[in-house]
Design a protein around this ligand. Sequence first.
Ligand SMILES: [Mg+2]
Length: 113
Amino acid sequence: MRLAFDIDGTLTEPLPPWDWTKVTPAQYVELYKSLKPNQEVISAVNCLYYQDIHDIWIWTSRDVYFAEVTEQWLRRNDVHYNRIFYNKLFVDILLDDKSTSSLNELERMLKRV
Ligand SMILES: [Mg+2]
């Protein structure tokens, strides 16, 4: 299966409640460097990666301008993946007949080893 994981608030702990319209690129870089990893989710991603049957994608709404700091963070926090995509559309609700966002489905996959 092809599995996509968000970074901010998913692979990381929740982001601070800033006014995102006023954050400068330099502040984003410092924030992205400082975010704490969500170890539970990263362990699940790595477990799925090492099942060796999935294509693990990182899919983030971060701009590709932040690729260097983003990929350094992923390396530093030992996140294993196959591909990364930037500039994900931000939506509040996603309905997609080909996808699920169910944590139960993810847990089922982790037990399938
Ligand atoms: Mg997010």
